[in-house]
Design a protein around this ligand. Structure first.
Ligand SMILES: NC(=O)c1ccc[n+]([C@@H]2O[C@H](COP(=O)([O-])OP(=O)(O)OC[C@H]3O[C@@H](n4cnc5c(N)ncnc54)[C@H](O)[C@@H]3O)[C@@H](O)[C@H]2O)c1
Length: 266
């Protein structure tokens, strides 16, 4: 049982799911976001906070033993937006963790840190990172921040390269990348309670056929996915496949590899 567990991005898709599934594992859940959240029930604290505000994040982190950092922009956006929410945000979370003695952080990284590897290649957790945009770059930076705060300050971290966490896979790519909500909850639970976490990179993916990612390097987490995209295959394969020359079909990052640049950046 964790005394006080902070979940950032608690109003979001994954954060609001984890709010329910992590409830039995913490005496108090501290829930934070900039978007409106459901009111606190017994054993919860709702603390709105902007991740780019260093002092506010410092106050947010104080008193927590562990952090599940889901907050931030989850897709490709102009650099300045990503800079504030994801890059400054992750730095502020770890700096708060250092100042207040937080023992463990579970960081929502993304498959988009390796998005320019080719579809069909099987990546290990220690493969070269090949981010596919501003968003992937910000998550890659977050993984480096996690590594640095472990090497220098001993804060243990799991960087979860989440695939596609949705109720069900909605396209052909997700037959490879899908992570069910049930498997997400179990993966995060494993990261919070693994006897020794150190600095761990793991792929957030269910037990899908023809995987692109191997979690052999993260076996110590004890994570055993229970779901698979297979049940959705026939329906998803009814939609015609993309042109073989389309970068979204060549690279693991799918459509992200061709998003932007954004005209309003200048
Ligand atoms: N859903 C997926 O398939 C997937 C895949 C890979 C990685 N991820 C990562 O997992 C995390 C959760 O994803 P999600 O799908 O729930 O996204 P989401 O957009 O539903 O949730 C993210 C939350 O972060 C909050 N947020 C954004 N900017 C903020 C800021 N500056 N300050 C405070 N809060 C801010 C948003 O209000 C939102 O509620 C994200 O970090 C995302 O990058 C998700």
């Amino acid at each position: 049982m964790i005394k006080r567990l902070l979940i950032t991005g608690a109003a979001g898709r994954l954060g609001s799911h984890l709010r329910g599934s992590l409830r039995p594992h913490a005496q108090t859940l501290r829930l934070s976001d900039i978007a409106p959240m459901a009111p606190a029930v017994a054993g919860e604290e709702v603390v709105p906070c902007e991740l780019s505000d260093k002092l506010a994040v410092d106050r947010l982190v104080q008193g927590c033993q562990a952090i599940v950092h889901m907050g931030g922009i989850p897709n490709e956006q102009p650099f300045e937006k990503i800079l504030d929410a994801n890059i400054r945000g992750v730095m502020h979370i770890y700096e708060g963790a250092r100042r207040h003695g937080v023992e463990r952080v579970v960081f929502a990284s993304s498959n988009h840190v390796v998005g320019f590897h080719r579809q069909g290649d099987l990546l290990e957790t220690n493969c070269e990172r090949r981010p596919d945009g501003h968003y992937g770059l910000s998550k890659s930076f977050g993984e480096d921040v996690a590594r640095f705060y472990f090497d220098r300050y001993g804060i243990q971290s799991a960087c979860l390269r989440i695939g596609s966490a949705t109720h069900e896979p909605v396209d052909r790519r997700m037959l490879h990348t899908w992570l069910s909500y049930r498997d997400l909850s179990e993966l995060v639970r494993c990261c919070l309670f693994a006897p020794s976490l150190g600095y761990t990179v793991a792929y957030g993916v269910s037990d899908n056929r023809d995987p692109w990612w191997s979690n052999a390097g993260a076996r110590h987490l004890g994570f055993e996915p229970r779901d698979s995209a297979e049940a959705f295959r026939s329906e998803r394969e009814r939609v015609p496949a993309l042109d073989p020359a389309d970068p979204a079909r060549i690279y693991q990052g799918g459509g992200f590899v061709k998003n932007g640049p954004f005209e309003n950046d200048f």
